[in-house]
Design a binder for this molecule. Structure first.
Ligand SMILES: [Cu+2]
Length: 192
C-alpha cells in the first residue's frame, strides 16, 4: 500500500513536469505565431565553415562607420548570426554589428542569411514597422522568403538565399524570435 502511494506520487510528479514542459512549448509556439507570418524552414540548406567563408567573401558592400553601402545593379548582402552570440544575439554584416544598410532603389538585392548558432533559431525579416520592437514583434514583412532558421549543427551552419527588388524608402530588419529584437537584434535599411 505504501509502495503504491509512492508510485502514484512519482507518476503525479512526472505528469506535473510534463504539463510544465508542454506549457513552455505552447507559450513559445504561441509567441512565434503571434510574431507574424514565418515561412517554413524548408528553404534552408547546410554549409560547412569553409563554404560559409566563401559566402561571406561574396558580400560586395563597403563598410564605413556604422553603415554598409551597396552600389551597382546587383548587391550581395550576407547576414550572419555569429558565434558566440553573448551577451545578446546580433546580426553581423560586413564585420559590423547591426549596421545600417544603404541599398540602391530598383537594384537586385541577393541576401544570404546564415545562422551559426547551435541550439537556437533566428530569423531575418524586413519591415516598415519602426523600433522599439516589443517582446513579440507583430510585423508585416515586406519580403516573403525571410525565414525562421533551424539551429546550426556541429560542423554545419544553416543558410538561406532570397532576393529583393526594393523601392525607395526606410525599412528595418529584425529577428522576430520573441525577445530578440527587443534585446537589440535589428537594424535600419535605407533604399535610395
Ligand atoms: Cu534572433
Amino acid at each position: 500500500m505504501g509502495v503504491d502511494r509512492r508510485e502514484q506520487g512519482g507518476a503525479r510528479r512526472v505528469r506535473a513536469l510534463m504539463v510544465v514542459a508542454l506549457g513552455l512549448g505552447a507559450l513559445l509556439q504561441a509567441g512565434l505565431v503571434w510574431a507574424g507570418p514565418l515561412v517554413s524552414t524548408s528553404a534552408f540548406k547546410w554549409a560547412t565553415s569553409s563554404q560559409v567563408r566563401a559566402m561571406i567573401a561574396k558580400d560586395n558592400g563597403t563598410a564605413q562607420g556604422t553603415r554598409v553601402t551597396y552600389s551597382g545593379p546587383v548587391a550581395h548582402v550576407v547576414i550572419v548570426v555569429p558565434q558566440p552570440e553573448f551577451p545578446f544575439p546580433k546580426f553581423k554584416i560586413d564585420h559590423l554589428r547591426n549596421p545600417t544598410l544603404v541599398l540602391p532603389a530598383g537594384a537586385t538585392i541577393k541576401f544570404t542569411f546564415i545562422n551559426r548558432i547551435k541550439n537556437f533559431s533566428h530569423s531575418f525579416q524586413i519591415t516598415r514597422a519602426k523600433p522599439p520592437f516589443p517582446m513579440f514583434p507583430k510585423i508585416k514583412p515586406v519580403l516573403a522568403g525571410t525565414e525562421l532558421s533551424p539551429a546550426a549543427r556541429t560542423g554545419k551552419d544553416a543558410y538561406a538565399n532570397f532576393t529583393w527588388h526594393p523601392s525607395a524608402g526606410h525599412y528595418y530588419y529584425l529577428c522576430v524570435i520573441p525577445g530578440h529584437a527587443k534585446m537589440g537584434m535589428f537594424g535600419s535599411i535605407v533604399v535610395q
